[in-house]
Design a protein around this ligand. Structure first.
Ligand SMILES: NC(=O)c1ccc[n+]([C@@H]2O[C@H](COP(=O)([O-])OP(=O)(O)OC[C@H]3O[C@@H](n4cnc5c(N)ncnc54)[C@H](OP(=O)(O)O)[C@@H]3O)[C@@H](O)[C@H]2O)c1
Length: 284
């Protein structure tokens, strides 16, 4: 079969992960035109606009990063979250019948009762965001050539300066806020640039199905905040250690850490440790 020379699309290209994908994609896909799609170019919930763009410039590979990616916003407006996260993904999956779709999902498809989740563990989301992602995964996986990436919280520079969770923490400290951080809520954080590198390689290798791409270290919110705070003494970071037991809001999964051995075996390397990334990328 001839190699695919069709363009590579990246939706959500002004977001955190999409921006890093767009920056790094030409190396693993030399000779392929990289097409970053932003909301200013195509409002993806506008089905006709999406279809017209797709027909005018059909891609062979689509990294679908555009989403309502913040859980509280999804919780506040479930119909919009469903339209963006499930509706748009369903439409793209339909358009990509003969192209490869790489869909970004989340560790929040799990209920957090156990941790170290494998790809074949059954999703059981506790919140609207995770529900929309689990439903979209099921749609995408109907086509065996597609790839679903589940990732954890991502850090790093974003075009808007407020999408990386580290950017959010530093922005809060710069304005004198105190961060209340759970010592008993665990994630596997990763830098968005590392996520992008791994996902680009997985797509180049032709990986399909579900693959977990997250950091190689289980850390609590409190540990993550403490790692960052130690690098910025001049900001006089204020953080308070709290427990999920004292949380008054809705349900929060306690441990949604991801087991990434499948990605590691395809990539032939361990997933990066978040503390190493902080040490080499953050200095106040
Ligand atoms: N970052 C994380 O920690 C994390 C963790 C797990 C999973 N994920 C998933 O990974 C993917 C990428 O995340 P991210 O952090 O890069 O997200 P992000 O920074 O929020 O970027 C998402 C981008 O999608 C755009 N977008 C949203 N709705 C759109 C629409 N209807 N039409 C066109 N563009 C639209 C947004 O534009 P506006 O800025 O104009 O809204 C934004 O530029 C998402 O699917 C997310 O759910 C992310």
């Amino acid at each position: 079969m001839d190699p695919d020379t069709r363009p590579v699309w990246i939706t959500g290209a002004r977001g955190l992960i999409g921006h890093h994908l767009a920056r790094l994609a030409s190396e693993p896909f030399p000779g392929r035109r990289i097409v970053p799609i932003t909301r200013a170019e195509v409002e993806l919930t506008d089905a006709r606009a999406l279809e017209a763009r797709f027909e005018a410039d059909p891609p062979g590979l689509v990294f679908h990063c555009a989403a309502m990616s913040r859980s509280p916003a999804c919780q506040e407006n479930p119909p919009l979250a469903r339209a963006v996260n499930v509706g748009v993904t369903r439409h793209l999956a339909h358009l990509c019948a003969n192209a490869t779709l790489v869909f970004f999902s989340t560790d929040l498809v799990f209920d957090g009762t156990r941790g170290s989740y494998r790809e074949d563990d059954p999703p059981r989301p506790l919140m609207v965001y995770g529900e929309t992602k689990a439903d979209a995964e099921a749609v995408v996986l109907q086509n065996p050539r597609h790839l679903v990436i589940r990732t954890s919280i991502n850090a790093g520079r974003s075009p808007s300066g407020d999408r990386g969770f580290d950017e959010e923490m530093l922005n809060a400290w710069r304005t004198g806020k105190t961060l209340r951080l759970f010592a008993d809520e665990f994630r596997t954080p990763i830098a968005a640039a590392e996520t992008a590198r791994a996902v680009l390689e997985l797509a180049r290798f032709g990986a399909t199905g579900v693959v977990h791409v997250a950091g190689g270290q289980r850390l609590s919110r409190w540990e993550i905040g403490s790692l960052l705070a130690a690098r910025y003494p001049d900001l006089h970071p204020k953080l308070e250690r709290t427990s999920l037991r004292d949380f008054q809001g809705g349900p929060r999964p306690a441990d949604v850490t991801l087991d990434c051995r499948k990605a590691e075996s395809i990539l032939g390397r361990p997933m990066p440790r978040f503390s190493d990334w902080v040490a080499s990328n953050h200095s106040g």
